[in-house]
Design a protein around this ligand. Structure first.
Ligand code: ADP
Ligand code: ADP
Length: 229
């Protein structure tokens, strides 16, 4: 399934530091879960394990990324990762940045165009396909990064403090956009943040991490608030 399952996971870094201790979490397919905690408690480590970018030292990690057959090209596209900083190629325009994952999968510019433009329009950048990253605001660069993550139509979205570098106004706008988009598409989302406000606004369930080594210390189900409508 498109769920994320970590069971009894320990992560020790090569330098000996124990970053995670006995972390167990499940994100159901289509669920939006926030991972909340102070910096250094291991939130990014959990995301990298779920993305299959790192291996656990002990325990079980069962996600589409770790299950995917490395020989099957389709597997890689099931999981998208959005980092804290927009990671656009500065020498390429918005269109070419968003085209990249499709290009790597063998799609020509013309073949990719409908999907690239669909994603750019979805994040409000339909008129900026030819713009270069330095011509855009921070919020627009982050939206282009999200478009690039979603252009392959992944089933799982892993986001590591994607809006942390933005001003509060832009952050709230992008939070609202993301929530509306998730309500329409219902991907599985694991969203790392150190903002209680953001965690509660966006997610259905908040997992609180703390300590060094990090562990999950609390879990809160967020009631469906009328205020969201
Ligand atoms: P968070 O995302 O909550 O800020 P991280 O997952 O980035 O926390 O880091 C958890 C702990 O692991 C921190 O103490 C960090 O310094 C350490 N750490 C992260 N990556 C590495 C690494 N590659 N080698 C050694 N220590 C690391
Ligand atoms: P964001 O909310 O994405 O950070 P801003 O608040 O900086 O964007 O800008 C608000 C709007 O102004 C943008 O959505 C965009 O339509 C327009 N805009 C911002 N920067 C530029 C630019 N370099 N060129 C053209 N239009 C821009």
């Amino acid at each position: 399934d498109a769920g994320l399952h970590l069971h009894g996971v320990h992560k020790r870094h090569p330098n000996g530091l124990l970053a995670l201790q006995d972390v167990t979490l499940d994100v159901a397919p289509g669920e939006f879960v926030a991972l909340l905690g102070p910096s250094g408690c291991g939130k990014s480590t959990v995301l990298r394990l779920a993305a299959g970018l790192e291996a656990a030292s002990d325990g079980r990690v069962d996600t589409p990324a770790t299950r995917a057959d490395p020989r099957a090209q389709a597997g890689a596209a099931e999981t998208a990762f959005v980092f804290q900083e927009p990671t656009l190629m500065p020498w390429a325009c918005c269109f070419d940045n968003v085209w990249l994952p499709l290009r790597l999968a063998g799609r020509s510019r013309a073949q990719a165009e409908p999907d690239v433009m669909r994603e750019l329009r979805a994040v409000g950048l339909g008129d900026f396909a030819g713009a270069y990253p330095h011509e855009l605001s921070g919020g627009m660069r982050m939206r282009a990064s999200i478009a690039r993550a979603l252009v392959t139509r992944p089933r799982v979205l892993l986001m590591d403090e994607p809006f942390a570098a933005l001003d509060e106004f832009t952050r709230q706008k992008l939070n609202a956009d993301l929530l509306a988009w998730w309500a329409a598409h219902r991907l599985t989302v694991l969203f790392v943040t150190h903002s209680v406000y953001e965690a509660v606004f966006l997610s259905q369930r908040v997992l609180v991490m703390s300590g060094r080594p990090g562990r999950i210390v609390a879990e809160h189900r967020v009631p469906e608030p009328a205020a969201r409508d």
